[in-house]
Design a binder for this molecule. Structure first.
Ligand SMILES: Cc1cc2nc3c(=O)[nH]c(=O)nc-3n(C[C@H](O)[C@H](O)[C@H](O)COP(=O)(O)OP(=O)(O)OC[C@H]3O[C@@H](n4cnc5c(N)ncnc54)[C@H](O)[C@@H]3O)c2cc1C
Length: 463
């Protein structure tokens, strides 16, 4: 019996009228991988040569660092943002040594964690104390502070972004002072600090509102794109978590749902997402010039793929491993605009960009009250487009971004976009309030690198 890769290769071979098709050589590590630079992000889209990289072993050490110096200081988490939030020729600070569970309270179902904790490291300790995160994104490599800084989100019409789980936090400001905030203490700072791009201070610990441990049933179903469009809104409301992907040039995609269950842990045979991305690259490489053949091959192939079901404890059932690197742009659109925007994105992509092979990802996020959250006062439909890390993402993103903007989208803070200070100011009703809190916390601009100076520097856009 043919395996999936064999099946796709055979279909490509048949389509090309050839007896044997050899997969093109796997791409070598990109030019970025060979450069000997001390810091770069996950995709290689951002790099820098900082004067120092430090990882304090205690809060006191961190305070000393900030009180004693004068240059630019940027916090880094896991380096999984695509935008230039971290690069500086000053100092990069990692809280990798301040990680883990500090405290918990069974009655309020809250837990305090070090902000440098990676998502993938906290599921088990939280479960041991009878708690679990409300939701998670599609990978678990990020740090808590990194997630909160950019309003990282999972999916679910009834669930806000990760920052909405914060009940209180502590940070070290530009003078090295410890500051605590929550809804009662320093309430304005709290509204600003839950999504702050690391521009108010270095967050050391966070108190999160959690839930009791739960098990999720995840179901992946391959469907025709038109069917997905027809059911998307109702499925999004029906399931705790709902998202879908469209595979360009195939007419096909898949829906992914998560629902709470008491079923026993189990899993069916799973398509490896990384292998899937390489299959799509292969189809692109061989059939880029024949869109109809490409659609025929991919559509036929995808109709052979089985649905998948995985039942697992929540913290093991949200994230996937992403080994095939990419660059990404994601915009959060008012929910009612999402599907129309998606139709236009698909048309533009398939008319103008045969070079693209990564699926389009669509998720749903509940609105919130956090000043710089892209979900501020609006329920959203989030649409993400991707380009292989070794290929120029700019022409494709340049085609798609105006569609997102036309539908009043706000970009993900950690994902590529071309917006400037005035654009952001017009998208965020509380922009000036944030800029004022930022000025008070960091009057010398120590937490601003060149990119962030462009966004928040001088008057922050206010005349
Ligand atoms: C493969 C992949 C999958 C992804 N999936 C999702 C997804 O499902 N949903 C989603 O919304 N996003 C997703 N993202 C984006 C990612 O979640 C965000 O960019 C997130 O901010 C990265 O966290 P990080 O720990 O890597 O932080 P970094 O990227 O290192 O830093 C991000 C920001 O956090 C700040 N920061 C870090 N630590 C601190 C601190 N202690 N105090 C103050 N500020 C701090 C930094 O200064 C910076 O501004 C994905 C990215 C990749 C590469």
């Amino acid at each position: 019996m043919l395996n999936r890769r064999g099946m796709l290769t055979a279909l490509v071979a048949a389509a090309l009228g050839s007896r044997a098709v050899t997969a093109p050589a796997a791409p070598t590590a990109g030019a970025g991988a060979k450069r000997r630079l001390p810091w770069r992000n996950w995709s290689g889209s951002q790099q820098c040569l900082p004067a120092a990289r430090v990882a304090p072993a205690s809060v006191a050490e961190l305070q000393e660092l900030l009180a004693g110096g004068s240059g630019v200081v940027r916090a880094v988490g896991a380096g999984h943002s695509f935008t230039p939030l971290v690069p500086t020729d000053g100092t990069i600070v990692s809280l990798s040594r301040l990680s883990g569970l500090l405290d918990h309270d069974a009655e309020s179902m809250q837990a305090t964690l070090w902000a440098g904790s990676r998502l993938g490291d906290i599921g088990a300790p939280l479960e041991q104390v009878g708690q679990a995160l409300v939701n998670m994104p599609d990978i678990d490599e990020q740090t808590l502070a990194g997630c909160f800084a950019t309003a990282t989100h999972g999916t679910g019409t009834g669930i806000g972004c990760m920052s909405t789980f914060i009940e209180g936090l502590q940070l070290v400001d530009a003078r090295g002072q410890l500051v605590d905030c929550d809804r009662q203490r320093n309430a304005e700072l709290f509204d600003a600090a839950r999504v702050s791009l690391g521009t108010l201070g270095i967050i050391t610990r966070v108190r999160l509102r959690n839930v009791a441990p739960y098990r999720l049933r995840r179901e992946t179903v391959w469907r025709e794109f038109d069917e997905i469009l027809a059911i998307a809104e109702s499925e999004a409301d029906k399931h705790r978590n709902f998202e879908f992907y469209y595979v360009p040039f195939s007419g096909m995609g898949f829906t992914d749902t998560h629902d709470i269950t008491t079923e026993a842990v189990s899993t069916t045979d799973k398509l490896d997402g990384n292998e899937g991305a390489r299959d799509l690259q292969l189809a692109r490489d061989w059939l880029e010039r024949s869109p109809r053949l490409r659609a025929l091959v991919l559509g036929t192939y995808m109709k052979t793929l089985s649905d998948e079901v995985t039942v697992e404890n929540s913290w093991k059932n949200y994230a996937s491993e992403r080994n095939v690197r990419f660059n990404e742009m994601e915009y959060h659109l008012p929910r009612e605009n999402g599907l129309q925007a998606l139709r236009e994105v698909r048309t533009a992509l398939e008319k103008q960009h045969p070079e693209v092979f990564f699926p389009i990802e669509v998720r749903f996020v509940k609105g919130d009250d956090i000043w710089l959250s892209p979900f501020y006062q609006r329920d959203c439909c989030s649409i993400a487009v991707h380009r292989f890390f070794d290929e120029d993402y700019r022409p494709y993103f340049k085609t798609i971004e105006p569609i997102f903007r036309k539908y009043q989208g706000r970009p993900h803070w950690g994902k590529l976009n071309t917006l400037q200070q005035q654009d952001f100011r017009s998208l965020y009703p509380r922009w000036d309030d944030f800029v004022e809190v930022r000025r008070q916390m960091d009057p010398q601009g120590r937490f601003l690198n060149a990119y962030l100076k462009g966004l928040f520097g001088a008057t922050g856009g206010k005349a």
